[in-house]
Write a protein that binds this ligand. Structure first.
Ligand code: GTP
Ligand code: GTP
Ligand code: MG
Ligand code: MG
Lengths: 276, 291
């Protein structure tokens, strides 16, 4: 249990920055800790660690709860979006498996009609989960595949429709507009849908994830986040900055490449793991 | 951008030409924030700032005619120098030359394998790519589809063989069909997964590659140091390819990975199309990182 000195603040700063929390959140936390220390509210480095964890937990608990509501009248339509390689297709597959295990009927929509073998990849997850995959041939218009999948899910009275989309950089206006069109077209097939639009963020991403969330959020109404690859060495701290600014609930965390490697997001344990 | 901000900082000082140590301290704080904001690793930023600060506190800057300008120049020149050279070559010693593509999940290895094959093909090289990702669903399909679309021969084996025999077969085929280069696409893996890193160490031993390229996402955060260090320590990588530069990540990971491996960034990925592989320019990367 060490005494706290000026260079201790630097160690704290290093730990927070190294967890990809970003400068702004880090500075707020350091200022808050410094404030409490100078008022004698905390004294030892054990106090500081505890205070930091509780601050992080407050950041992640102060706003929308990390849950969503299932649609009551028809399928819950969930659209997965995000930059290239973030883990959308794999997350769609894991979610399908999870809900299938819970006795829900799930339909998968293969709306990445662009990337090589994207449909094949999702179809394998369809086999793994025992869920129907609605797809079209390579190069088809993603919005029309989304339309057909939505109609099919409604007709089949499915519980969940998971719409996988092609990865895209938020710097590409045409691709961002396409996403808006996909969401709108889903609404034409089933008014009120999509009920959820989740940004899938790679846990090893740095500060760019905040920019991703802001920019994707201008093309579609994001309603939540999934954070993947948290089994890696990264702490995924950028979600704190994203949540702080945009209050997007973090629904699920990816912890590997297999069927069961998905967990509901828990702010407390995430905060604990972030700063150890 | 940082250059403008530093210019303003210095211009707001008294009209006298000279800078004080305090002025330099303030400027270094700005630079530090810019680098951290660009995702350069915390420790790497610390080292860089202390080196640059020392130079800026030297006679040559402080007593120069336009010390503010000099200081800014020291920062950007140092960063540019750290980023390495442009057109760092690929080494083709063996016939066929083998290139292993390695990196984290989703970094762009498969796409870049096809792009690199296309690029080398345009230079007159005969290339065979190998689908050695036996893990990811439809990974082989993905590389084969890219191969069909862009006329790139692909060697694959769906009979449950192991990596080493697949690459061994590919080399044999390449030799018989007079190929110059064999590019091996591997499965994404965590740098901290010892078993999967050992798999690559074993593959390296058995396939004797001329190049081992770490394919990394430009948006990679603070763990870029861990990623580069683990892969380099295990495999002695020969180069880096930075992908998704067409996004707006500042790309600080590039500086971190350069610092800890000393290896060159040999190409950048600037999009999803087959021709979206470009030369790396250290000056452009430096100014992008500085913002
Ligand atoms: N270790 C680990 N790997 C993951 C996780 N989620 C996804 N992956 C891997 O990340 C890679 C990319 O996953 P995809 O699901 O193809 O990502 P995507 O966002 O659909 O990619 P694009 O459609 O090309 O934009 C694959 O190798 C996945 O197995 C995770 O939670 N942990
Ligand atoms: N915008 C952009 N997308 C890229 C670039 N390079 C690759 N991609 C995309 O990134 C995603 C992942 O690429 P892959 O080639 O599947 O990545 P990978 O490293 O082979 O993935 P794993 O095998 O699962 O580890 C795909 O959607 C690619 O089209 C690039 O330079 N720019
Ligand atoms: Mg996908
Ligand atoms: Mg791949």
């Amino acid at each position: 249990d060490g005494t706290w000195g000026e260079d201790s603040y630097e160690q704290l700063e290093e730990a927070l920055i190294s967890a990809d929390l970003g400068i702004s959140i880090t500075q707020h936390i350091i200022n808050d800790i410094r404030d409490r220390y100078e008022r004698g509210q905390i004294q030892t480095s054990t106090d500081i660690v505890a205070a930091t964890k509780s601050l992080l937990s407050v950041y992640l608990n102060d706003g929308a709860p990390h849950t969503f509501d299932y649609n009551i009248a028809g399928p819950t339509v969930i659209l997965l979006v995000g930059v290239n390689g973030s883990g959308k297709t794999t997350t769609a597959g894991k979610l399908a498996c999870m809900w299938q295990r819970e006795g829900k009927s799930v339909v998968l929509a293969a709306c990445d009609t662009f990337r090589a073998a994207a449909v094949e990849q999702l179809k394998i997850w369809g086999e793994r989960s025992g869920c129907q995959v609605v797809s079209a041939k390579h190069g088809a218009d993603p919005a029309s595949v989304a339309f057909d999948a939505t109609q099919a899910a409604v007709a089949r009275k499915a519980d969940i429709l998971l719409v996988d989309t092609a990865g895209r950089q938020h710097t590409k206006k045409g691709l961002m507009d396409e996403l808006g069109k996909i969401a709108k077209t889903i609404g034409k097939a089933f008014p009120g849908a999509p009920h959820e639009i989740w940004l899938v963020v790679d846990g090893s991403t740095g500060t760019n994830a905040l920019q991703q969330a802001r920019t994707f959020g201008r093309s579609v109404e994001l309603s939540g986040l999934c954070l993947t690859k948290l089994d890696g060495s990264s702490k995924g701290g950028i979600v704190v900055a994203i949540y702080n600014e945009l209050k997007l609930p973090i629904h699920f965390v990816g912890l590997g490449e297999e069927v069961f490697d998905l967990q509901a997001f828990d702010p407390q344990s995430f905060a604990d793991a972030l700063f150890t | 951008n940082l250059s403008d901000r530093l210019n303003d900082t210095f211009r707001n000082l008294t009209g006298r030409g000279s800078l004080t140590e305090k002025n330099i301290e303030d400027a270094m704080r700005e630079v530090r924030l810019a680098l951290l904001d660009a995702d350069v690793n915390y420790k790497i930023v610390k080292e860089f700032i202390s080196e640059v600060k020392e130079e800026c506190l030297g006679e040559r800057v402080l007593k120069s005619v336009a010390p503010g300008q000099q200081a800014i120049k020291v920062v950007s020149d140092s960063l540019e120098k750290l980023m390495g050279e442009t057109n760092a070559p690929l080494n083709f010693v063996n016939k066929p030359s083998v290139i292993l593509m390695v990196g984290l999940h989703g970094s762009g290895k498969t796409t870049t394998t096809a792009k690199l094959a296309h690029h080398l093909g345009k230079q007159g090289k005969r290339v065979l790519v190998v689908a050695a990702d036996l893990l990811r669903p439809a990974a082989i399909d993905q590389l084969e589809a890219l191969g069909r679309e862009h006329n790139i021969p692909v060697h694959s084996d769906r009979t449950g063989s192991d990596l080493n025999s697949i690459v061994h077969d590919a080399k044999r085929i390449a030799l018989k069909s007079n190929k110059d280069v064999v590019i091996v696409d591997t499965a994404g893996r965590l740098e901290i997964n010892q078993e999967l890193v050992r798999e690559l160490v074993d593959l390296k031993k058995k396939s004797n590659p001329d190049e081992i390229l770490l394919v990394a996402d430009a948006a990679l955060g603070q763990e870029a140091v861990s990623v580069a260090t683990h892969f380099d320590d295990a495999l002695d990588i020969t180069g880096i390819i930075l992908t998704k530069i067409d996004g707006d990540a500042r790309g600080g990971a590039a500086l971190s990975m350069r610092r800890v491996t000393g290896e060159s960034i040999k190409f950048i990925g600037v999009g999803e199309k087959i021709e979206d592989l470009e030369a790396f320019y250290p000056d452009r990367m430096a100014s992008r990182i500085l913002g």
